[in-house]
Ligand binder design. Sequence first.
Ligand SMILES: [Zn+2]
Length: 244
Amino acid sequence: MAIRIERVPVLSDNYVWLLHDGASGETVAIDPGEAAPVLAAADTLGWQIGAIWNTHWHPDHTAGNAAVKAATGASVTGPAAEAAKIPGGLDRGIGEGDALTLGAHRAVAMHVPGHTAGHLAFHFADDALLVTGDTLFAMGCGRLFEGTAAEMYANMARYRVLPPETQVLCGHEYTQANGRFALAVDPDNAALRARMAEVDRLRAAGEATVPTTIAAELATNPFLRAQSAVELRDLRERKDAFRG
Ligand SMILES: [Zn+2]
């Protein structure tokens, strides 16, 4: 049975992802930066949150951990390297290659540093599902707060070779701003122009633009398309200064 996915908007532009396995009834909440909307969404769906997974320590991804845990008894799993920075700490600290389960579905943690030093992605290979937190966004990538362009380039190289149909669940609704920058650096990309027209239509209607897919990012994301760490670094610096 396929994993069911619920996108819960919290704070100004964060997304919390609820993943639910119907066979076992298990539900995981990924990166609850705020508790109330997450608990309300799970309640509406009739899903009982049994686990919290954090991709990285930033408060907009972890500030709701304690309240979700208090309300549900959920266990908290996240990057061992960042446990001391996560409010309430972790019940289970993990790193590269460690396995996670949602019912019979299996995910593997990928260590993808650069945005934060211990940042994790969660890859459900059999389900073609990738949770990227603040590393890969629709048409963008995370800022380099605790790492290097070489590290982020290595992450992109790992993502690039995943099956194109892989769904990408990222941590923010940054798509429209990312796309404006992407168009500025890649103006002749027809796929990008078409995608931005659709993104503009969705945002004007107040709708979300994610999940995305590896295929869509391969066609339109300048950071995933970068040919070298130097190119990614230059793009990242230009993006940081970009006022679209
Ligand atoms: Zn972050």
